[in-house]
Structure formats: structure tokens, C-alpha cells
Design a protein. Structure first.
Length: 180
């Protein structure tokens, strides 16, 4: 079991990387939601919550390289390079915080495979991260992220709950008009 203080160190390492990502839909707000969900799910599932949160912090680090190489493909069901690109920065972070052995291998596998549809292995960290990433897809902000990223709707990043509500209502009006 790792000291939970390690999470602040990991957060400090990842935050500047997520700040560089242009697509607000996969920035630190999303990652924070996945981290919270990963902690809760790990505790329910009997997985190590610290290791699951580390994997959650790192799972989308490759989004920056994906953007830089213009490999972002927002179409649902298409392969995404970001998970593979996330492995290298995760490795560096794991070096800095001293995660080794099987725990390291499980985190790296979780990061690399978090966006695959079917996983039949026994890596509990990966299973938690997949569910946590999906769980962050619920709620108004998550739906706005989905509409922006997957449907290519031009929705700027909301800065407060009032903007989330306003943008959500605008989006719903547009959708209703499109289906009448």
C-alpha cells in the first residue's frame, strides 16, 4: 500500500501537461472527475485506491501528443492514439514517485488499454479506470464535453455552473431544432 501523499506529487506532475491540451474536453476537469470516480470505485471493488488514482491522473496524458501530431479523431468507435502516447509520460512519473514492479506494470497496462471496448484480463486497475472514465461521462458538463468532442459542436469551455446550465440549454435547443 502506497502513502496517499504520493497523489499530490502525481497531480503536480500531470497538471501542467493537461494545461497544454487545446481540447478542453480532455483537460484537468475531466481527469479530476475520473480520479474521484476511480477512488470511489477502487474502494468498492477492493482495488488499491492510490494506484487507481495514479492511473486515472495519467490516463489521458497522451492527448497532448495526439493533438501535436494531428491524430485526434473524434468519431466514436475509431481507434485513438492517445492511450498509447500516454504510456511514455506515465513511465516518467512512475519513476519520479517510485512505483515499481507489478504495480507499475498494472498502471501502465491500465493507461495503455483504458479506452478499449472489451478487456478480458484481470488487471483491477484497468477495470476501475475504464469504469471511472465512463462514469465521468454523466452530467451536464460531461454531455457538453461529448457534444464538443464527438459531435464537433462549437461549445467553449464553461467556467462556472451557470455557464454549464446555459450552454446545456443552448445545446438542447439546437438538438431539438435539428430533429423537428
Amino acid at each position: 500500500m502506497y502513502d496517499p501523499k504520493i497523489l499530490k506529487q502525481v497531480e503536480g506532475e500531470v497538471k501542467p501537461i493537461y494545461a497544454e491540451i487545446k481540447a478542453w474536453t480532455h483537460g484537468f476537469k475531466h481527469v479530476s472527475g475520473v480520479v474521484k470516480a476511480a477512488k470511489d470505485l477502487a474502494e468498492m471493488e477492493g482495488a488499491d485506491p492510490v494506484l487507481c488514482q495514479i492511473a486515472a491522473y495519467c490516463h489521458d496524458l497522451g492527448r497532448l501528443e495526439e493533438e501535436e501530431k494531428n491524430l485526434v479523431n473524434p468519431k466514436p468507435g475509431t481507434p485513438s492514439a492517445h492511450a498509447v502516447f500516454s504510456v511514455k509520460p506515465t513511465n516518467k512519473i512512475l519513476d519520479k514517485v517510485g512505483i515499481k514492479g507489478k504495480d507499475r506494470e498494472k498502471i501502465l497496462e491500465a493507461v495503455k488499454l483504458h479506452n478499449i471496448r472489451k478487456y478480458e484480463g484481470d488487471n483491477e486497475i484497468l477495470l476501475v479506470i475504464q469504469d471511472a472514465d465512463r462514469a465521468d461521462g454523466f452530467g451536464k458538463l460531461a454531455i457538453l464535453r461529448f457534444a464538443t468532442f464527438n459531435c464537433e459542436m462549437l461549445i467553449p469551455e464553461p467556467q462556472n455552473p451557470k455557464e454549464v446550465d446555459e450552454d446545456f440549454e443552448k445545446m438542447m435547443s439546437i438538438l431539438k431544432e435539428d430533429h423537428i
